[in-house]
Every structure is written in C-alpha cells, then in structure tokens.
Design a protein around this ligand. Structure first.
Ligand SMILES: [Zn+2]
Length: 382
C-alpha cells in the first residue's frame, strides 16, 4: 500500500483522476516528470489530461493538444487525453474551423474533448452562446462519434456577487458583472445544445449545477441519460453543508455517474513536498469521499460522505475506466508529427503574436521538436 494512502487512512484503491491540466509552460520533459510524480505520490492508476489551449488566467498554450497527446503516449496505455479547441477570436473562428478542429482531435486519437468555453470569462471571450449554430457541426460530430466531452460550465454563484469574491478571483477576472452571462443563461445554453444533441456523453466539471441543490443535480442526470459530473473541487464540499442528508443521498444514489477529479496542474515542486505542491484538492476531496472524521476545507468544517466500498470504487476508479475504456484510443503518430511541424512553423512566423511571450518561444519551439521526433520515431498507428 502506498505511503500516501496509508498516512491519510484511505482505502487501498488506486484512483483515476479525471481532470488534470498542463497549462504551466515547462520543458516537456519536466511536465512529464511532474505527472509521473503526481501519479506515484497519489498512487493513481490512471489520469485524464485535459488540454486547454487557453486558460482564464494562466495564459495561452496553442500547443496544448499535441502536448497532452504526447504525454499520454509517454505515460502509457492506461492514461487518457482530451483535446480542446483553439480560438483566434476573429473572423478565422467559423463553424467550419471548429468542425475541422474536432475532426483533427478525433483523427489524432484523443479520448475526448475538453471545453472551458462555458466558464463565464471564457464564454464572454467566445462571444457566442454555447447553443449557437456556429457550434452545431462541432456538437453534431462529437455526438455522432460518441466522443466524451468534459465541459466547465459556469462558476460558483458567489462569482456574481462582488462582496463574496476573493481578491484572487477579482484579480483573475472571474467576478461576473453585467457584461457576463448569468448562471441561468449558461445552463439554458447547455440545455439548448443538449436538446439538439441529446446523446452527447457530457460530463459537467466541478459538479456545478444551476440551483446548487442535490435535487437540481439529480434532475440534470435524470434528464440526460449519457451525462455525468466530475467531482473536481469547486464548491461542492461547501455546498454539502446545506442539505447534508440530501447531498449524501445524491452521492450514494448517483455513484455510477460521478467521477473523481482534482484540477491538479503541472506545478513544479520547487522544494515543496508533494503534499504542499499538489495535495490540497486531491487529499481533501478524498477525505470527503472516504474519510471518517470531520475536517476543515477552505474555512468550512466538512463532514465526509461515508460512502460504502462499492460507491467509493465507482467514483474513485471504475466510472472513468467505463467511460473511456480499458486502454486509451490509438494515436495517429504521423498526423501528430505533422501537427508539431505545423505549429512550429506558425510559432516561427510569429503567428501567435503576444499570446505566446517572446521568452517562451525557444522553449516551446524545442518542445515541439522533441515531440515531433518522438512521433516520427514510432509506427504511425499502434
Ligand atoms: Zn479544470
């Protein structure tokens, strides 16, 4: 049994983390080493890397998709990667370009699609409702191909109330004034595209639901047969303080539709212990799912859910494997190598402008070279 599981009194269950990010710019070998250490420390069986070509406050990474695919291939057949759309925020963003991008994500062999476009600040930048016809081809393709999609939709309701926003949230630009879509509108847009594409295998990240009640969360799952939630900590532990009994029943009743996830980033340890560098969300979430004692999280005293063995196993592990398969999809290495070369050429020509800072260019250019060499040195399709 791993030291981490033993020290925290967790069950001897190698978990699968459905929600990992790699937005910090490092040499690709360093990110790989960080992910290996994360898997080792938390005794993970598998992780799903959620590519983000752009984040709300950590910059733009036009190379995120090839990085996610490369890292998945390096980590092994049991790990997964989701691709994401790149936006220019000008006339180059068209229904056709979104469709072509998702076709490429599929052809490269990603296990699913990650969307941050439903986070208020990203939705504002995108400037189209999520059920706008500009995405019809994109959604239709994902539905027809049965590709899983993980969507960050809305933010905690406090983000619409300036007095309840932390300094950090305000500085990050997450406070939603009247120029942002409301929570209700974002959920209406999601219901809009789900009406058009009801078979989408949609996972809503962070267990965000419009009314912030167990009843609304259950209604969402009842209404959408193929949908689920990931439990990446946002507000879910604090919300459990309201209606604690009903929330506990929700987690028990819907344990086949919920997945453990943590929003762990490729953060360098820089002399910190693994627990200090990466542990805050994963450890508290696991305490929530399987601890016995009340604990403090973000200033609140949280009571654990006390799930039974089967429910824990589903949420921590089995649901992700059932969702994405025993092994990841095969990658098209020739296409991935081509993609690295294409991006390197664009970077060289300065096409990303100041979205990739000058000081990052040599490193990103080298990352693309390293990844291209890897993809070229392998058989085209496993
Ligand atoms: Zn995330």
């Amino acid at each position: 049994m791993s030291d981490y599981l033993k020290e925290h009194g967790f069950s001897d269950l190698r978990a699968c983390d459905a929600h990992i990010h790699i937005i910090y710019p490092h040499p690709i070998e360093e990110t790989e080493q960080i992910l290996r250490s994360v898997c080792g420390y938390f005794a993970y069986d598998r992780i799903a890397i959620m590519s983000m070509t752009e984040s709300s406050n950590k910059g733009c990474d036009p190379f995120a998709n090839v990085k996610a695919l490369y890292l998945r291939e390096r980590l092994g057949v049991h790990h997964y990667a989701f691709g994401s759309l790149f936006h220019w925020y000008d006339g180059r963003d068209t229904a056709q370009s979104f469709l072509e991008q998702v076709r490429k994500i599929d052809a490269l062999g990603f296990d699913g699609v990650k969307m941050l476009e439903g986070k208020p600040i990203m939705r504002k930048r995108f400037a189209h409702p999520l059920d706008d016809p500009i995405l019809d081809g994109f959604w239709g393709y994902i539905e027809a191909r049965r590709l899983p999609i993980t969507l960050h939709l809305t933010d905690p309701s406090d983000m619409w109330d300036r007095s309840k926003c932390s300094e950090y949230a305000i500085r990050a630009g997450w406070f939603c004034d009247e120029t942002f879509p409301t929570r209700r509108q974002l959920f209406a847009e999601m219901e809009g595209f789900m009406r058009k594409f009801p078979a989408l295998r949609l996972t809503l990240a962070h267990l965000f639901n419009v009314e912030e009640t167990p009843r609304a969360a259950a209604q969402f799952l009842e209404a959408h047969e193929y949908a689920g939630f990931d439990l990446t900590p946002g507000d879910l532990m604090r919300l459990s303080l309201r209606e604690p009994e009903n929330w506990r029943a929700f987690y028990r009743d819907y344990s086949t539709r919920l997945m453990y996830g943590t929003d762990t980033y490729n953060i360098s340890r820089d002399g910190k212990t693994p627990e200090e560098a990466w542990g805050y969300r994963p450890t508290h979430l696991r305490m929530f799912l399987e601890g016995q004692e009340d604990f403090e999280y973000a200033g609140d005293i949280i009571q654990p859910l006390k799930l039974d063995g089967r429910q824990k196993r589903l949420i921590l592990r089995d649901n992700l494997i059932a969702h994405l398969g025993e092994c990841h999809r095969p990658a098209d290495y020739a296409l991935a190598a081509e993609e690295c070369a294409r991006l390197r050429e664009m970077l060289k020509k300065g096409e990303f402008g100041d979205r990739v800072s000058g000081e990052r260019i040599p490193m990103e250019s080298r990352n693309l070279e390293v990844m291209e060499a890897f993809f070229r040195g392998q058989p085209a399709v496993r």
